[in-house]
Design a protein around this ligand. Structure first.
Ligand code: 5GP
Length: 188
């Protein structure tokens, strides 16, 4: 039986990675999709695990070939989900989580109305700015770009099926788990 597709978004620095990995540890019937990106690899990341890292040229070729279910530009880099990858995972009996920025998420919902969209929100904009700076992975210009993207994402999040405020990690994981299981993600 075909499995269910969930799309999770959250502004940069909101801690969505921690929430998602905490959830996955407790719910092995879900898997996380691997996207393609043109951004540089960060320390600790691995090609084919965190992302498939493509040159802009390779990425644009895949767009031309119609290989992407969705793709979007975010902070001057391209990100996209390959249609074939999603189909393969869903047919392999696992509920799939896509972790996407909001433009791509809404494109998925248009094409696959059964997909469930969940937004992980920061407790406040100031808190998010603090978390983002605390990561020390980007320079000031990159941080400013991400903050203006955050404002736009919060606006688009109004069209999502659910919003979870990540004020405390364990409680955010529990809220996510409740939604995912109620939405039919429990069928292994
Ligand atoms: P990061 O560079 O921090 O890994 O990701 C930046 C943003 O790109 C995040 O909001 C993340 O959810 C989003 N993202 C990651 N993969 C994809 C994808 O395949 N498609 C889209 N539209 N966004 C993605």
């Amino acid at each position: 039986m075909k499995k269910k597709l969930f799309v999770l978004s959250g502004s940069s620095g909101v801690g969505k990675g921690t929430v998602i990995s905490g959830f996955l540890k407790r719910n092995p019937q879900f898997s996380l999709s691997i996207s393609c990106t043109t951004r540089n690899m960060r320390p600790g990341e691995t090609d084919g695990v965190n992302y498939f890292y493509l040159s802009r040229e390779e990425f644009e070729q895949s767009v031309e070939n119609g290989e992407f279910l969705e793709w979007a530009e975010f902070a001057q880099n391209l990100y996209g989900t390959k249609r074939a990858f999603v189909e393969k995972c869903l047919n392999n009996g696992k509920n799939l989580i896509l972790e996407l920025e909001t433009i791509g998420a809404l494109k998925v919902k248009e094409q696959m109305p059964d997909a469930v969209l969940i937004f992980i929100a920061p407790p406040s904009f100031e808190e998010l700015e603090f978390r983002l700076r605390n990561r020390h992975t980007e320079d000031e210009a990159a941080i400013q770009k991400r903050l203006s993207a955050v404002r736009e994402e919060l606006e688009r999040a109004k069209s999502y099926d659910y919003t979870i405020v990540n004020d405390e990690v364990d409680s955010a994981i529990a809220k996510l788990e409740k939604i995912m299981l109620e939405e039919g993600g429990q069928n292994v």
